[in-house]
Design a protein around this ligand. Structure first.
Ligand code: FAD
Length: 421
C-alpha cells in the first residue's frame, strides 16, 4: 500500500471485509499484480467465515428459495427452535426480504437460480485447486465424503428429484440402505434407515485456520490490512473515498465491498438497495473425542442441522433464523439442535461445548451478488453467499478480478447482478 502524505490510505484497490470472500478477492487481485489493501472493521473472519460447518458443498446447487422450502417452512415457522424461524419482533425490518424470498421460490426463479448456482459450482471446481496451489494450502482441504441421513425411505424418496438435479450438476452419490449406512458410520441411531453418500465431498480442516492461512498468504503478496470500520463510500470520476467512523480513511482507485451481511449498508450510501438479510445460524463445538470416529460431514436434512468434524472439534450446527443484524443471539436454538443431534447420534458423547452464532449474508433468491454499483464502475459488490460462502469464495474472487481487470467474465454475470431484484 502507498500512503498519502497525511497518512491516509491511498491504494489501487481497497477490499472492504476480511471474511472468506474478501480474503479470496484480495488474494486474486494481488496475485494479478494489483496494489491491494484489505480493510476490516474488527478482526479477520469476524463474521460467519470462522465458525461455519467447513464444507465445500459442491453438491448444494439447490437454491434455498424453493417450493419445497416454503412447504416445509410453514410447519417449522410455528416452532421457535425449529430449523427455520422468523423473529417476529424484527418483522418490520425483515418482512420485505421474506416476501422477496417467497417470490423467488416460484418455479421459474428457482430454475434460474439452480442454473446460476450450478455454473458457479463448476467454476469453483476450476478455481479452488488453483488457489490452494498458489497459497500452498492443499493440506487444508480433504475429500472426506458426506452423508445425508434420513429417518424414513419416504423422506429420501421425497428428495429423489433434488438428488437427480444434483447428479445433473456433477455430484456423484450412492444410496445406502440401513445396513450399509451403519457399516460405514458407527454411533448412529437405528432410526436412521436410509442415506445418500456423496464420496467426493470436500471439507476444510478448520474454517478459522483456513482464513488465517489465507491472510498470511496476503502478507506474502504485499497486501496490507487496515483495521477500521468503513462507514461510507463516495465515488467520483477518479476514485472512491472511504469514510470511517472518525473521518476520512483514505482513497482507492477501486473498492470491492465484501462485508458480508453488512454490505447492504455501504451499498445504500451509493444509492443501491441490496436485499440482504443476516440469516443467523448457530452451532456448538465439542472436543474432538466426543465423536472420535467421525471423519465426514453428516447432513440431517429433515431437521436442518449438520454434524461436522473440524480440527477444533465436533461441530453440531445449522438452522436459519431471520432477524435484525443487531439482535442478540438466542443460544436456545443451538441447544435444541444438540438435543436433536444426541437423539439421532447416540455416539456423540455428553460433554460441554462452545456455542457460536454467525450471520450468513443471504439474498432472497439465495444466489450471491457479484457486480458493479449502479452509478459507479469503480465499486464492485461481492456478497450474499448465504450458506455457500466458503464453497464459492475462489470463483467469486475470479469473477471480481475479471470485472476489476476488465476481462470478459468467466461466466454470465446477469444472474448475479446487484440490480436483478
Ligand atoms: C452455522 C453456519 C454454517 C455454515 N456452513 C457453511 C459451509 O459448510 N460451507 C459454506 O460454504 N458456507 C457455510 N456457511 C456460510 C458461510 O460461512 C458464509 O457464507 C461466509 O462466511 C460469508 O463470508 P463473507 O466474507 O461474505 O462474510 P463474513 O464472514 O460476514 O465477513 C465479512 C467481514 O466484513 C467485516 N465488515 C463488515 N462491515 C464492515 C465495514 N463496514 N468495514 C470493514 N469491515 C467490515 C466483518 O467484520 C467481517 O469480518 C455457514 C454459515 C453458518 C452461519
Amino acid at each position: 500500500m502507498s500512503s498519502a502524505d497525511s497518512g491516509e490510505l491511498a491504494t489501487e484497490v481497497a477490499v472492504v471485509g476480511g471474511g472468506i470472500i474478501g480474503l479470496c478477492i484480495a488474494e486474486a487481485l494481488a496475485d494479478a499484480g494489483l496494489e491491494v489493501t484489505l480493510v476490516e472493521k474488527s478482526r479477520i473472519a469476524a463474521g460467519a467465515s470462522a465458525g461455519n460447518a467447513a464444507g465445500f458443498a459442491f453438491s448444494e446447487v439447490m437454491p434455498m428459495a424453493s417450493p419445497a422450502t416454503v412447504r416445509k417452512a410453514a410447519g417449522w415457522f410455528v416452532d421457535p427452535t425449529g430449523p427455520f424461524a422468523v423473529v417476529r419482533g424484527d418483522l418490520h425490518r425483515t418482512a420485505g426480504w421474506l416476501l422477496r424470498f417467497l417470490f423467488a421460490a416460484r418455479r421459474a426463479t428457482f430454475d434460474r437460480s439452480l442454473q446460476s448456482l450450478g455454473a458457479l459450482m463448476q467454476l469453483e471446481q476450476q478455481c479452488l485447486p488453483l488457489l490452494l496451489e498458489r497459497a500452498g494450502l492443499q493440506h487444508m482441504v480433504r475429500e472426506t465424503g458426506a452423508l445425508y441421513l434420513y429417518q424414513s425411505r419416504r423422506a429420501l424418496q421425497r428428495e429423489r428429484a433434488d438428488w437427480e438435479r444434483r447428479r445433473a450438476h456433477g455430484t456423484e452419490f450412492e444410496l445406502l440402505e440401513r445396513s450399509s449406512l451403519h457399516a460405514l458410520q458407527d454411533g448412529l441411531s437405528e432410526r436412521l434407515v436410509a442415506a445418500v453418500h456423496a464420496p467426493r465431498f470436500r471439507m476444510v480442516t478448520d474454517p478459522a485456520a483456513y482464513c488465517e492461512a489465507l491472510h498470511a498468504r496476503l502478507s506474502t503478496l504485499g497486501v496490507e490490512t487496515v483495521y477500521a470500520p468503513v462507514e461510507r463510500l463516495a465515488a467520483d470520476a477518479s476514485g472512491v473515498s472511504l469514510q470511517g467512523g472518525e473521518g476520512r480513511l483514505g482513497r482507492a482507485e477501486r473498492v470491492v465491498v465484501a462485508a458480508g451481511p453488512w454490505s447492504a449498508r455501504l451499498a445504500a450510501g451509493l444509492g443501491d438497495r441490496l436485499p440482504l438479510v443476516g440469516e443467523r445460524g448457530y452451532n456448538t463445538t465439542f472436543p474432538r473425542d466426543a465423536f472420535a470416529s467421525l471423519e465426514r460431514l453428516m447432513f440431517f436434512a429433515e431437521h436442518g442441522f449438520v454434524i461436522s468434524p473440524v480440527a477444533s472439534g465436533i461441530r453440531v450446527g445449522g438452522a436459519s433464523e431471520i432477524a435484525d443484524l443487531e439482535r442478540a443471539p438466542n443460544f436456545e436454538r443451538a441447544r435444541a439442535m444438540v438435543r436433536r443431534a444426541r437423539d439421532l447420534v447416540p455416539g456423540l458423547a455428553e460433554c460441554k461445548g462452545v456455542e457460536w452464532m454467525g450471520m450468513r449474508p443471504t439474498t432472497p433468491d439465495t444466489v450471491p451478488i457479484v457486480g458493479r454499483a449502479r452509478d459507479s464502475g469503480r465499486v464492485v459488490y461481492a456478497c450474499g453467499h448465504g450458506h455457500l460462502g466458503l464453497t464459492l469464495a475462489s470463483s467469486t474472487a475470479r469473477l471480481v478480478a475479471d470485472l476489476v481487470l476488465g476481462r470478459s467474465p468467466a461466466i454470465e454475470l446477469a444472474a448475479l447482478a446487484p440490480g436483478r431484484f
